[in-house]
Design a protein around this ligand. Structure first.
Ligand code: CA
Length: 128
């Protein structure tokens, strides 16, 4: 299941055709469209997606994309998907690489302020 250097280079190039910034991510819709070109059944693609999107943010980072691509390639070669990711395919988790991972604080702050602004409304409804 190991990714060879040539394969990785190819995957990285594919990633670059969709996302010029290698530290960026490919959002779900674009990735889905791309992987549908592999003509694998949808169930298998969603399985691959579940295995590859390790941080469950609905988008694929370069590492996650390489993993997903590789799983697609394995399936195209009639190799069964693993139940869990083998260590050789495990994308680097953001936690192991804190320098490159920026959690989206504006979004969190936004949802919190949204909750705050809803609170008086909810209190008002409860009073009635
Ligand atoms: Ca992800």
């Amino acid at each position: 299941w190991t990714i060879t250097d040539e394969q990785r280079e190819y995957y990285v190039n594919q990633f670059r055709t969709m996302q010029t910034d290698v530290r960026g991510v490919i959002c779900g819709g674009i990735a889905k469209e791309f992987f549908e070109k592999s003509r694998l059944p949808v169930q298998e693609l969603s399985r691959i997606w579940q295995l590859s999107d390790v941080n469950r943010d609905g988008a694929l980072s370069l590492e996650e994309f390489c993993t997903a691509m590789h799983l697609v390639v394995l399936r195209r070669n009639d190799i069964d998907l693993p139940d869990t990711l083998p260590p050789s395919l495990m994308p680097y988790l953001p936690l192991t690489n804190p320098g490159q991972y920026h959690p989206p604080p504006p979004l969190r702050g936004h949802s919190r302020s949204l909750q705050m602004s809803l609170l008086p409304l909810i209190c008002h409804l409860v009073e009635q």
